[in-house]
Design a protein around this ligand. Structure first.
Ligand SMILES: Nc1ncnc2c1ncn2[C@@H]1O[C@H](COP(=O)(O)OP(=O)(O)O)[C@@H](O)[C@H]1O
Ligand SMILES: [Mg+2]
Length: 437
């Protein structure tokens, strides 16, 4: 199986894409905002200030118009020269307004318009200058022929400029709305893209995790099966070996002993030969005992003959004698017949737990409890010794094998330091459902 690719690359790509989208959108928005600022201050504000000046000029021109009309019609009780002061005042104001206005000159303005306005203005005032030296008739003629015409030219130009300013402003407002619309649209696209990138990255990472998880689960299952096969195979070999040792060698050695005994009886008492044969017979007997012991160690025959319950009792007795440890045994309930295939694993777990007490617990007492209830065996091995090291240098093969066996039986095992010191091994195994291997 190929090791799956790491999800880091996917995550990095997702991150890069998201950051890229943020950067692009930010730049775009900033450029749009500066466009908005330009439109706002350069066009709209300037147009408004310019329009104010144009209205001021229009107002002045209207006043001039009224004065010119009064002068021609002669409705006021004073002569034409009496208007001079008013004209000077209006001229001053007009000049000021024109100077401010030409300083603003919005983008929509053409130089020709400016020239036209300036020309009409100059012509008007140079003609108006002659007004005060003329007699009444000449003055009225000058007003009708020239001054009115120039004033009207100026009014028309100013009106046109006002209209242009309004149009330019309307266009700018529309453009601003267009920009808002564009930014809004792009915001939607941006949010959509980022959400999609996040969702895609998340989905890829989840899919990757799922694959990883599956392959880990698969490997774990393979390992479990393998461990089960190894342990079961080992037990099969041990059982066969034990039987061979017991049956073959045992029989041969027993026969040898009987034959030697027969020979011994035929020899003269206290003869040297008889003593020699006796010695050989003793050796054969010892060897037979050893072979029996080995056979029992490899696979205790009590397991097959008497079942687990009796085997535990037998083993505890054997263990007591062998090690000198004080074993407190408690049995609760009566178990069903637990055959060899389950029994061997429980037996081996008990064996390993007790051997660990001898080897590691530094104590002289151990408590063993076997509780049988319907369909379940709970076995506890408890000591009040040193307890498990806080951080074991290595987990020994003994504890691992205990766990494997428990798993093989479909049971659970807890190996822990007990709260009041010492170590506790608690095994719980289901019984009688053919959980076997
Ligand atoms: N009853 C116990 N009391 C104290 N320490 C224990 C006990 N059982 C196991 N241990 C600790 O756990 C370790 C692992 O045990 P095990 O897997 O059986 O390996 P081994 O017995 O070969 O050392 C032991 O080395 C020991 O430190
Ligand atoms: Mg051990």
């Amino acid at each position: 199986m190929m090791p799956p690719r790491t999800p880091t690359l996917i995550q990095l790509l997702g991150l890069a894409f998201t950051l890229g989208a943020v950067a692009v959108f930010s730049l775009f928005t900033l450029s749009q905002l500066s466009g908005l600022k330009r439109l706002g201050s350069d066009i709209v504000d300037r147009n408004r200030r310019d329009s104010l000046q144009l209205i001021r000029i229009q107002n002045d021109l209207a006043q001039i118009g009224l004065a010119l009309r009064d002068m021609v019609e002669g409705t006021e009780p004073y002569p034409i020269s009496g208007y001079r002061a008013e004209f000077e005042r209006i001229k001053g104001d007009l000049e000021d307004a024109l100077a401010v206005e030409s300083g603003l000159t919005p983008a929509s303005r053409t130089p020709a318009q400016q020239v036209l306005l300036r020309g009409a203005f100059e012509r008007f005032w140079s003609a108006a200058g002659q007004l005060w030296e003329m007699d009444e008739r000449g003055a009225k003629t000058l007003i009708r022929t020239r001054l009115e015409a120039e004033r009207s030219t100026m009014t028309t130009v100013i009106s046109r400029m006002l209209v242009q300013n309004n149009e330019a402003e309307a266009a700018a407002v529309q453009e601003i709305q267009g920009i808002y619309g564009k930014v809004e649209r792009n915001l939607y696209v941006f949010v959509g893209l980022v959400l999609a990138a996040i969702a895609l990255t998340g989905m890829l990472v989840i899919a990757h995790d799922r694959r990883m998880f599956n392959s880990v689960a698969e490997l774990s299952e393979q390992r479990r099966q393998l461990a089960g096969q190894v342990i079961s195979g080992q037990e099969d070999v041990f059982r066969t070996l034990a039987r061979e040792l017991h049956d073959e060698f045992g029989q041969v050695l027993t026969a040898l002993g009987v034959m030697l005994q027969r020979v011994e009886r035929k020899l003269a008492e206290s003869s040297e030969e008889r003593a020699g044969v006796h010695e050989v017979r003793e050796i054969a007997n010892q060897t037979l005992e050893r072979v029996r012991g080995m056979s029992q160690m490899l696979h205790p025959p009590v397991l097959d003959d008497y079942g687990l319950e009796k085997s535990i009792e037998w083993y505890l007795e054997h263990f007591r004698k062998q090690t000198g440890l004080e074993v407190h045994y408690e049995k609760i309930g009566v178990g069903p017949w637990i055959g060899d295939r389950i029994a061997i694993h429980v037996y081996r777990i008990l064996q390993e737990a007790l051997n660990n007490v001898v080897r590691h617990a530094r104590t002289s007492e151990v408590w063993v409890k076997a509780a049988y209830s319907s369909g379940r065996l709970v076995l506890e091995v408890r000591d009040r010794g040193a307890g498990l090291p806080a951080r074991p240098a290595r987990e020994g093969i003994g504890l691992i094998a205990m766990r494997e066996r428990a798993e093989l039986l479909g049971g659970e095992i807890v190996i822990e330091s007990a709260a009041d010191g010492g170590t506790r091994v608690l095994l719980s195994v289901p019984l009688g459902q053919g959980v076997d291997s």
